[in-house]
Design a protein around this ligand. Structure first.
Ligand code: NAD
Ligand code: 6OD
Length: 499
């Protein structure tokens, strides 16, 4: 597999490209580098400059300086116009972004087009529109001395915002935070996952082309502990950290920012449930659960790894989902008919496979899957696993309580509404749930009782970007989306005027 785009730093046509950091408006290499490998074949795609404390310090200093430069004078309309220019820039290089995302992740190319990169564009357009129409709060009141006063709220940027993102939806999740952070006038230092450095590097090129002032957007590549991630979270001049990733990483970051009491926003892991009632549209529910369990090889934080099906339709549901799952085409991401690519890396594949083995040890019935597909070609060097359906485990089994983050679901029967609500809520996580039913009253009643930040009824991962997004319990802290993002990425300041 060849690398999909040629960056200016490639020393020669046959050498691997070097993906560099972007600091203060310049692409800069560092002394250390790491490898970026294809999850499809295991081949080397690129070398990536690893930022350490020195580069992170430079990036934060550049961001800090930019806050008081021309960027600090941009009004709302100028910032909105710049976000639209960035969205246009991504659209102009749309297929390069698609190729970069597919190369790093191995996801089906149609998914990269319709979900990942399309959402990258939408994130910038949405927040451009939101700031253009945002209003402020104003309160009229009477002071103790009888004079009239009015109080109003202004929004100021937080300052330098550190953005740390995961590998599962690289462009979507990074831009979901970059767009509102810039919209509110902040400067950012972003650290994408070490597994997926490419679309973020292209984004830096687009920022450059769009004329984003130097230092407003900075990119540092690297790992978490002892590398760019930790250096960013511990930097004194970083006002806020917004993070998407594993719950235990969120916990480590929380400790790292505690001394400086930085603002934080966390979107973390999940062990999401789908509940299928006997009155559901059966075909829609089976296809919906197939999508919610296996999209992106199960590597969406919102994926359903626990499925509860009302007993009268349990056997029929398991058989129908098995049939649909076995019909899925697993293969090369650039095949237009492919349904599922590899997981992100061989390391992650081994983790997922260890859960498949654990499920058997815990007494599961493997309805389908449970291993790795064999292709007899270069894909055998990649990170493929079979989509897997399990039944027969108790709710307390590790495979039913721990996030696996692969293409796997466990299906269990239930008998009563209050019973299934209790079982769904009996989880350390609280990100999302799906309810499949044709009863409007039940849909509302059950959804209202879910201890999750999101509930979808008769659908999954359908998003209105103005709504709050986030999780409860181990699944996160705070909400982003719409005005909730505008609130997080700004410091609210109240001014009271005596009239
Ligand atoms: P991860 O926590 O391992 O890594 C995420 C990012 O954090 C990476 O950029 C990594 O380099 C960095 N990092 C790791 N340790 C760090 C540290 N100590 N300090 C600073 N940075 C550090 O997560 P991942 O494996 O990349 O992503 C998968 C996880 O993300 C899953 O648990 C998934 O559920 C979760 N996720 C949640 C949401 C959500 O919206 N709730 C969305 C996507 C993914
Ligand atoms: O749609 C979003 O805005 C969002 N943050 C999705 C997260 C998906 C998790 O993998």
């Amino acid at each position: 597999m060849t690398y999909p785009f040629s960056l200016p730093s490639s020393p020669s046509a046959d050498a691997p490209p070097l993906l560099r950091n972007y600091i203060g408006g310049e692409f800069v290499a560092s002394d250390a580098h790491f490898e970026n490998r294809s999850p499809v074949t295991g081949d080397l795609l690129a070398l990536v400059s690893e930022a350490g404390t020195t580069e992170v310090n430079q990036a934060v200093a550049a961001a800090r300086a930019a806050l008081t430069g021309p960027w600090g004078q941009f009004d709302v309309q100028q910032r909105a116009a710049l976000l639209v220019k960035i969205a246009d820039g991504i659209e102009r290089r749309f297929e390069e972004f698609v190729a970069a995302e597919v190369a790093d992740t191995g996801r089906p190319i149609h998914q990269a087009r319709t979900l990942d990169i399309a959402r990258g564009v939408a994130n910038f357009r949405t927040f451009a529109q939101l700031i253009s129409t945002a209003s402020s709060e104003i309160f009229e009141s009477r002071a103790a001395d009888g004079s009239d006063q009015f109080s109003y709220v202004v929004r100021k940027p937080l300052g330098v915002v550190g953005i740390i993102s995961p590998w599962n939806l690289p462009m979507l999740l990074l831009t979901w935070k970059v767009a509102p952070a810039l919209a509110m006038g902040n400067c950012v230092v972003v650290k994408p996952s070490e597994e997926t450095p490419s679309s973020a590097t292209l984004l830096a090129e687009v920022m450059h082309e769009a004329g984003v002032p130097r230092g407003v957007f900075n990119l540092v590549h690297g790992f978490g502990p002892g590398s760019a991630g930790e250096a960013l979270t511990r930097h004194k001049d970083v006002a806020a950290i917004t993070f998407t990733g594993e719950s235990r990483t969120g916990s480590a970051i929380m400790k790292a920012v505690a001394d400086d009491v930085k603002e934080i926003s966390f979107e973390l892991g999940g062990k999401n449930a789908a509940v299928v009632f006997a009155d559901a549209d059966f075909e829609a529910a089976v296809e919906g659960v197939r999508r919610s369990s296996f999209t992106n090889a199960g590597q969406v934080c919102l994926c359903s790894e626990r499925v509860y099906v009302e007993r009268p339709i349990f056997e029929r549901f398991v058989a129908a989902l098995k049939q649909k799952t076995e019909a899925m085409k697993i293969g090369f991401p650039d095949d237009a008919n492919v349904d599922m690519g590899p997981v992100i890396s061989r390391g992650h594949r081994d983790k997922v496979l260890s859960y498949y083995r654990l499920a058997v040890d815990e007494g599961a019935t493997v309805v389908t899957g449970g291993g790795t597909p064999q292709f007899g070609d270069e894909r055998d060097g990649g990170a493929y696993v079979e989509p897997t359906i399990l039944t027969g485990l108790p709710d307390s089994a590790r495979c039913v309580t721990e996030e696996i983050f692969g293409p796997v679901c466990h299906i269990a029967p239930f008998d009563a509404e209050d019973e299934v609500v209790r079982r769904v809520n009996d989880s350390a996580y609280g990100l999302a749930a799906c309810v499949w039913t044709t009863s409007l009253a039940r849909a509302h009643r059950v959804s209202r009782q879910m201890h999750t930040g999101l509930v979808w009824v008769n659908t999954w991962f359908s998003r209105d970007l103005r709504t709050p997004f986030g999780g409860t319990k181990l699944s996160g802290l705070g909400r982003e989306g719409g005005r909730h993002s505008l609130d997080f990425y700004s410091e609210l300041s109240t001014i009271c005027i005596k009239l």
